[in-house]
Design a protein around this ligand. Structure first.
Ligand code: NDP
Length: 296
C-alpha cells in the first residue's frame, strides 16, 4: 500500500480544538455562547446516532445544544412552527433539521423555512445560490470538510483535474462548486455518465459520493491521485462472525490505496470532518449574527 492516509479523525479533532478556542473567546470577550438546535423527526436509527453525536460534540466545544425530538407523525404545520420559533430565538445561531424527513413532510419546504443565516447545513436555496455565485454563504458541511482536507494535503488546488462522482444537492453539487471555486477543472459524474472508469482515470482528485459500497476499484485511479471517499455503507462482515457488519466507503480501499497518492479511510475520514464543520459553521453563524470577526 503506497498512499498517504488522510486522517480525518485527527484533522477533525484539530478543527474542534480551534472551534472550542473561538467559543471560549466569544464567551470571555463578548458574553456570547453559540447555540445549535438540532431537530429530529421520527426514530430512524442512523439519524438518532448522528443527532446524539452532534449534540455531544456541540457541548464538548462549549456551545449550547438544543435537541428537539418530534414524533414521526408530526404535522408539517407543527414542524414549521418550531422552525419559526427557532428562527426568532436569539440564543439559537444554527438550526439543523436532520434528513431524511418522514415521507409526508416536504423536505424543500422545511429547509427553506430556516433563516438562511442560521442554516448551518447550507441547504437553504439562498445559501445554494450564494455558493453557486461565489458569494459568502453557509457551506454544506460534508463538502467543506472534504475541501479542507484537500487544501491541507495539497495546498493550492488550482488547475487540478477533479472528478466528483455523485450529483446530490448535499454532497456532489456543492463539492463541485467548492472545487471550481478553488480553480480545479471539475467533472461531475453520475449514474448516466458514459465510460465512468475513463472519466475517473484522468482525475488528480476523485471525490466519491455515490452510496454504493466499494464501487470504485483501484484500476480506475490515476497513479498518485488523491481519493476522497464520502460514502458510508454498512455491509455484511461474516469474517467478524455470524450476523456482523462493517462500514465501507464508495471506493475499494485496498486496491485504491495501492495506486493513489493519498486516500481517506472509512470510517475515520470524511465522516468526523462533517460534524467538525457543522460546529465551525455554527460559530461562524454566531459571529455574523453578533457582528463579530469570523473564524478563519
Ligand atoms: P444520493 O443517493 O443522494 O446521490 C448519489 C449519487 O450517486 C447520485 O447523483 C447518483 O446519480 C450517483 N450514482 C448512483 N449510482 C451511480 C453509478 N453506478 N455510477 C455513477 N454515479 C452513480 O447520495 P448522497 O450524495 O446523499 O450520499 C452519497 C454517499 O455519501 C452515501 O454513501 C452517504 O451515506 C454518504 N454520505 C456521507 C456523509 C459523511 O458525513 N461522510 C454525509 C452525506 C452522505 P443520479 O443522480 O444519476 O441518480
Amino acid at each position: 500500500m503506497s498512499a498517504t492516509v488522510i486522517d480525518g479523525k485527527a484533522f477533525a479533532a484539530t478543527v474542534r480544538e480551534k472551534v472550542a478556542a473561538h467559543v471560549a473567546r466569544l464567551k470571555a470577550d463578548h458574553g456570547v455562547t453559540p447555540g445549535l438546535a438540532v431537530v429530529l423527526v421520527g426514530e430512524d436509527p442512523a439519524s438518532q446516532v448522528y443527532v446524539r453525536s452532534k449534540g455531544k460534540m456541540t457541548v464538548e466545544v462549549g456551545m449550547n445544544s438544543y435537541e428537539h425530538k418530534l414524533d414521526v407523525d408530526t404535522s408539517e404545520a407543527d414542524l414549521l412552527a418550531l422552525i419559526d420559533r427557532l428562527n426568532g430565538d436569539p440564543d439559537v445561531h444554527g438550526i439543523l433539521v436532520q434528513l431524511p424527513l418522514p415521507g409526508h413532510l416536504d423536505e424543500d419546504l422545511v429547509i427553506n423555512a430556516i433563516d438562511p443565516a442560521k442554516d448551518v447545513d447550507g441547504f437553504h436555496i439562498s445559501n445554494v445560490g450564494l455558493l453557486g455565485t461565489g458569494q459568502k454563504s453557509m457551506v454544506p458541511c460534508t463538502p467543506l470538510g472534504c475541501l479542507m482536507m484537500l487544501r491541507a494535503h495539497h495546498g493550492d488546488l488550482s488547475g487540478m483535474d477533479a472528478v466528483v462522482i455523485g450529483r446530490s444537492k448535499i454532497v456532489g453539487k456543492p463539492m463541485a462548486q467548492l472545487l471550481l471555486g478553488d480553480s480545479c477543472t471539475v467533472t461531475i459524474a453520475h449514474s448516466r455518465t458514459k465510460d465512468l472508469p475513463q472519466v475517473v482515470r484522468r482525475a488528480d482528485i476523485v471525490v466519491a459520493a455515490v452510496g454504493r459500497p466499494q464501487m470504485v476499484p483501484g484500476d480506475w485511479i490515476k497513479p498518485g491521485a488523491t481519493v476522497i471517499d464520502v460514502g458510508i455503507n454498512r455491509i455484511d462482515a461474516p469474517e467478524k462472525g455470524a450476523g456482523k457488519t462493517r462500514l465501507v466507503g464508495d471506493v475499494d480501499y485496498d486496491s485504491c490505496a495501492a495506486i493513489a497518492g493519498a486516500i481517506t479511510p472509512v470510517p475515520g475520514g470524511v465522516g468526523p470532518m462533517t460534524i467538525a464543520c457543522l460546529l465551525a459553521n455554527t460559530v461562524t453563524a454566531c459571529c455574523r449574527a453578533n457582528g463579530l470577526a469570523e473564524p478563519e
